[in-house]
Design a binder for this molecule. Structure first.
Ligand SMILES: Nc1ncnc2c1ncn2[C@@H]1O[C@H](COP(=O)(O)OP(=O)(O)O)[C@@H](O)[C@H]1O
Ligand SMILES: [Mg+2]
Length: 243
């Protein structure tokens, strides 16, 4: 198991604001890493810096052995990085199948091949009954699953999930937990931002915590839920020890 992604001192500034401040992170192949922190902590911006959406102001990123610090999102997708968006970004007037085909065209040129992969991915996420639905008509839960299917259709090595459980029902959250495990078991490494703590702690091999752009803690789920600084800045009193 090698290191798949290595972020070194990744920093992103917007005018006067340092949204991500010198973050170091190594992700091993096959891991599920949870990324938590208060709203505005810089979690999504960290994703954007890694993927090339907003290139880092400072620092470097290597992926699968290559320096990708200055690469575009398109190049990174080709290299095996895919993501979902906190606010879903579907092609609303296209069908579910067509949306996922867009992902498949990352590696394929043939329409029929892309359609085949897209079908497989829609079945993989459990949406075969909605294959030809117009995406704007789907529930948020289905739109989020579809975003995962579209990302998976690009055939990633690393999948970045930005709050894929937000707005889901408890049943959908359970299904998503199972789906994330199934994705990992299929050989994909996962970095996920999530506020649904029970689900995140269940899934993550390691959890990292951002606060005001700075990485304040890193550890196993049980270490993180007992970390005083993380409790103060994010988890809140529900996790405080009774004394
Ligand atoms: N494109 C942008 N331009 C200016 N400021 C931004 C931009 N994107 C994010 N920010 C700011 O960066 C900080 C971190 O935001 P974000 O990464 O979205 O946090 P999180 O995902 O942890 O809630 C916030 O203060 C936010 O307002
Ligand atoms: Mg965010």
């Amino acid at each position: 198991m090698g290191i798949l992604l290595k972020a070194s001192k990744v920093t992103k500034k917007f005018a006067g604001l340092t949204a991500v401040n010198s973050v170091d992170l190594e992700i091993n192949e096959g891991e599920i890493i949870g990324l938590i922190g208060p709203n505005g902590a810089g979690k999504t911006t960290f994703f954007n810096s890694i993927t090339g959406f907003y290139p880092a102001t400072y620092g470097s990123v290597t992926f699968d052995g290559n320096d990708i610090t200055h690469r575009t999102t398109y190049q990174n997708c080709k290299a095996g990085m895919a993501r979902t968006f906190q606010i879903v970004q579907p092609f609303g007037q296209l069908t579910a199948l067509e949306n996922v085909m867009v992902g498949a065209f990352n590696r394929l040129e043939s329409y029929s091949e892309a359609e085949k992969i897209a079908r497989e991915m829609i079945i993989f996420v459990g949406m075969e009954d909605k294959m030809h639905a117009i995406v704007a008509d789907l529930t948020i839960g289905d739109q989020r699953k579809l975003e995962m299917a579209r990302a998976l259709a690009t055939k990633p090595k690393l999948l970045l999930l930005d709050e894929v459980m937000a707005g889901l029902t408890p049943t959908e959250i359970e299904e998503t937990v199972e789906l994330v495990l199934k994705i990992r078991d299929s050989g994909v490494t996962i970095l996920m931002i999530e506020h649904i703590m029970a689900a995140l702690m269940k899934l993550s091999d390691r959890v990292i915590v951002l606060d005001h752009g700075t990485l304040i803690a890193e550890g196993t789920p049980s270490e993180i839920t007992q970390n005083e600084r993380v409790i103060e800045s994010y988890l809140g009193s529900a996790y405080k020890k009774q004394d």
